[in-house]
Ligand binder design. Structure first.
Ligand code: SF4
Ligand code: SF4
Length: 308
């Protein structure tokens, strides 16, 4: 690998080995930090912001107060009400987390080089070969860090490792097109076809996303479309039918993946000090998911029920 590729740096939250839900076979999934959509039900709030952040897990705290001594900005304070955290003053330097041996503080987000990540990726090369797997770059939004994502994909390509990207494609076409020659598979979400609803639940309209989906398919790139099924957003036969009718027109579609919403991310929002609007939404039942899948299959496409 050329040094110019190996040294490119990006900010990630995690490198997950042995993943079986992010594309074919056994994969290593690299979760990058930062996203340009704001889906209110998102299961990965730790990827929303580009910068590192401190997660707090008060249930693990043993009250040693090492964090109070470690923070020069006095973000951790002991008051008559107990221990309080001044998040607004935190610069995510990680000093307190390094001193917290109870694992009650965790810095999420770290800057890494492509060379460092490739070390992890190559360690599992035999599993990719035996399972038809590879590497998936997910997030967050990989195309918010285009140089890092392109360098990592290039390194995978040089090693002959199958590479996939999971992106919302909410970008000018040029940014999407630049990465297509570097990926074997593109996975993208289509959350809802109605423009106003899409804007209300994600913060952005869907015209560019749908247009990019058409252009990706026209380029010949294999693609998987994923739809998180969220109560009150798109969990009706009509809404899923509209998505299925659209993806039927994408000639390189491998399948539509329907992923049920689950409320298990609430703890992540709490640890980041953020409100979670989807906290009380119910998880769609398996029977309802199967009925929605049948509706989508009526459009003549392959539909899978995935795990979100
Ligand atoms: S260092 Fe960790 S365990 Fe100790 S008081 Fe701070 S948060 Fe609690
Ligand atoms: S991450 Fe740094 S600034 Fe933030 S609370 Fe810990 S020591 Fe203070």
């Amino acid at each position: 690998m050329a040094n110019s590729i190996s040294s490119v740096r990006g900010t990630i939250t995690e490198v997950q080995r042995f993943s079986v839900h992010d594309g074919p076979g056994i994969r290593t999934t690299v979760f990058v930090k930062g996203c340009n959509l704001h889906c209110f039900w998102c299961h990965n709030p730790e990827t929303h912001r580009l910068a590192p952040e401190l997660e707090l897990h008060p249930d693990r705290c043993i009250g040693c107060l090492a964090c109070v001594a470690a923070c020069e900005r006095h973000c951790h304070e002991v008051t008559s009400e107990g221990k309080v955290f001044h998040r607004e003053d935190c610069i995510a330097c990680g000093a307190c987390a390094r001193e917290c041996f109870a694992d009650a503080l965790h810095l999420v987000g770290r800057e890494v080089s492509v060379g460092e990540i490739m070390g992890d990726i190559l360690a599992d090369r035999a599993f990719y070969a035996n399972s038809g797997g590879g590497v998936t770059i997910s997030g967050g939004e990989p195309l918010l860090q285009p140089e890092f994502t392109a360098a990592l994909l290039t390194a995978c390509r040089e090693e002959g490792i199958h590479a996939a990207i999971e992106t919302a494609v909410q970008f000018p076409w040029e940014r999407v097109a630049a990465v297509l020659p570097l990926v074997d598979l593109l996975m993208m979400d289509i959350k809802v076809m109605d423009e106003a609803t899409h804007r209300r639940v994600t913060g952005v309209g869907n015209a560019r996303i749908l247009e990019n989906a058409r252009r990706i398919a026209a380029s010949g790139k294999p693609m998987i479309v994923r739809t998180p099924v969220v109560p009150g957003v798109n969990d009706t036969s009509e809404a899923i039918g509209e998505i299925a009718a659209f993806v039927r027109g994408l000639p390189t579609l491998q399948y539509l993946d329907l992923l049920p919403f689950h409320p298990m991310a609430a703890g992540k929002y709490d640890s980041l000090g953020r409100a979670y609007e989807a906290r009380n939404l119910p998880r769609p039942t398996s029977e309802h998911m199967e009925a929605l899948a049948q509706r989508a299959r009526a459009e003549g496409i392959e539909v899978r029920l995935g795990r979100n």
